[in-house]
Design a protein around this ligand. Sequence first.
Ligand code: PLP
Length: 371
Amino acid sequence: MWQAQVRIDLDAIRHNVATLRGLLRPGTALMSVVKADAYGHGLLPVATAAVQAGATWLGAATLDEALTLREHGITVRILSWLHSPGRPLHEAITAGVDLSASSSDALDEIAAAARQAHRPAAVHLKIDTGMSRNGATRADWPALLTAAAKAEADGDIEIAAVWSHFACADEPGHPSILRQQLAFDDALDVAAGLGVEPPLRHLANSAATLTLPESHFDLVRVGLSTYGLEPIPGAAPDLRPAMSVHARVALVKAVPAGEGVSYGHTYKILRDTNLALVPLGYADGVPRSASSRGLVEIGGKVRRVVGRVCMDQIMVDCGDDDVRPGDEAVLFGRGGPTADDWAAAADTINYEIVARMGSNRTPRVYVGEQA
Ligand SMILES: *Cc1c(COP(=O)(O)O)cnc(C)c1O
């Protein structure tokens, strides 16, 4: 008998990838972003399901994520975009993983690794169009292009793409969106002026994929929406959340009015009630900042967490209801509260809720797995 589990519906992943593909023009490919253990959903099962549903690219932040995909026989194109100096890039090149370069130094390191691997590296040149995170600045862009063109002529790399990332695509109408689109067009013009015509251009994350068709270019990089969550409330009603979080009530007891609940007694019982002890806490990814605010469904009713979230457990106010030990509690998913409810309760975003819930000691169970 299980105590707590994170359930991942792979049919939902497949449904979401197919739904997202339906938004794209025929020539535009879809990359499912599976960084951070597939946003807490599990790297390999999600990657497999996404590919089954037609994702022809997978996006990984780290080399390790990308190499794990290859080691398990995933053959679609993979882009890995975040490496500190000194990482074993030649392993990625040997494994046929595309790499991103944001600076001439990074490009030099990729070229050296390619010579070591005896195989050209497929490189995506990243321009910073206004997020100030990765990517070359406008000032450094021509030098990066020149270095890339030379490395390509030397046979060390193949320029696979020019790409960038939005800062505020989840706020439709935000003035930075148009500025970034114009900066991307400008970066492509500068590239063309230097003789660089990348086979692929990509810019859109989930929010842009859902709201800005003109940003789709040749490839979209969808993370959150692959998992059935919306970057903008109401933007994608056809998606199905893939993760649900379940636990079995460990203890129920009557607690009289006036008692304090959990550490610090930040919550006081106002009238006699039954408290259910649910065996999931912040070590499992339940945000402590949702103390006395998170919602949990037990016995078909949505109830509130009372008192501080502990490391391993939370207390849920069940009033006069007949809740029993062993009853199933649903933190989110499957008709209970949503990851968005927990994000609101914890003052964060749905991304963080699922990424944390899925990266801990709670066993993950897959449903909808194809034989
Ligand atoms: C995480 C990430 C994405 C996916 O973003 P979503 O909002 O989850 O769709 C795309 N591109 C880059 C560079 C990222 O880091």
